[in-house]
Design a binder for this molecule. Sequence first.
Ligand code: CMC
Length: 349
Amino acid sequence: IDNGFANTSACDSAITFLDGELGILRYRGIPIEELAEKSNFLETSFLLIHGRLPAQDELEKFEREIKANYRLPQKMDRIFDVLPKATHPMAILSAVTSALSGAYADELDPANPDFVQKNIYRLMGHFPTIAASAFRSARGESVPDPRNEIDYCANFMHLMFSDRKNKDVPKEVVEALHLLLILHADHEQNCSTSTVRLVGSSAANLYSSVSAGVQALWGPLHGGANQAVMEMLEEIHRAGGNVNKAVADAKDKNSSFRLMGFGHRVYKNFDPRAAIIKKACDKVLAKLGIQDPLLDIAKRLEEAALKDSYFVEKKLYPNVDFYSGIIYSALKIPVNMFTVMFALGRLPG
Ligand code: CMC
């Protein structure tokens, strides 16, 4: 018995290398810092899926094939209307992903490489549309027509927020989104990736496997942590902004409260993604001219925890999700969509 799978892995990842002690993260041998600075989300997705960076014409084809799949199969947009209004967008994402297996029933065989390739393009194309439809349907709206002539992330923001006048999304917003999706794109044998592999090992089709992975990602100790972080920061803000009390509560063994966004299964010195995101957070908020009191609380909370012997001795540092929610909020993405954003990023991995 290995509680928490702390010492068990079904395989080595050929995609991601990480060293939790040294805070190193590489996708296919390329440091995350380099990808964060120079790549975009679709190029990084190609890298994860094919094992190498694409040539220009390969990248163009990859983008074209994905963009050709922005629209959901006929009549599938009706699903959004019949689900109860209170359905969490992660439940919607998982349900619709699973239902796609019906739309492509003749091309599911995971042993057929052509089908697998097509289903990858379909999932990458459909995911932003499903995510935006989940968001819009809760407001009684439908998504506008996708825009193939703009970038993948710009189209996602258009699907989410456009008032149908096709206004361009600010460059800073698109860049921030690329960065966040790249940082979440893969992370070895984590809970959701392991779930996708486990379900897929029964030769279930890609839609069922990914649908299961979405469910695994939903939990507050995994992908749901970004939502939990924002709720925690808001709670501290509402209660007067006392970060020391939050630190004391997190240490109290009679309380189940933990500092959300702190600690990681493998990073025991620092999370390299958190360092990148913290810098980006300052930049994005400055560029968008946003002053967020929650950012101030996050910074003070980080400072207080990093000085505290409990957090130091247990090697609990901010993880990628400590700051990601603040950027998502600046991009006007609501809290209950944060984990969906994580799923969008994690899909190619
Ligand atoms: N606040 C307070 N105490 C903590 C925290 C925290 N965030 N995280 C761990 N601890 C304590 C824990 O109570 C335990 O104490 P003791 O040894 O006295 O029983 C000790 O540290 C070790 O905890 P653990 O749960 O065994 O540590 P782990 O490395 O197995 O767990 C974790 C990692 C991420 C589940 C945990 O740190 C946690 O719950 N963090 C908060 C949730 C969070 O931010 N999750 C996002 C992870 S990053 C995104 C992703 O990749 O999914």
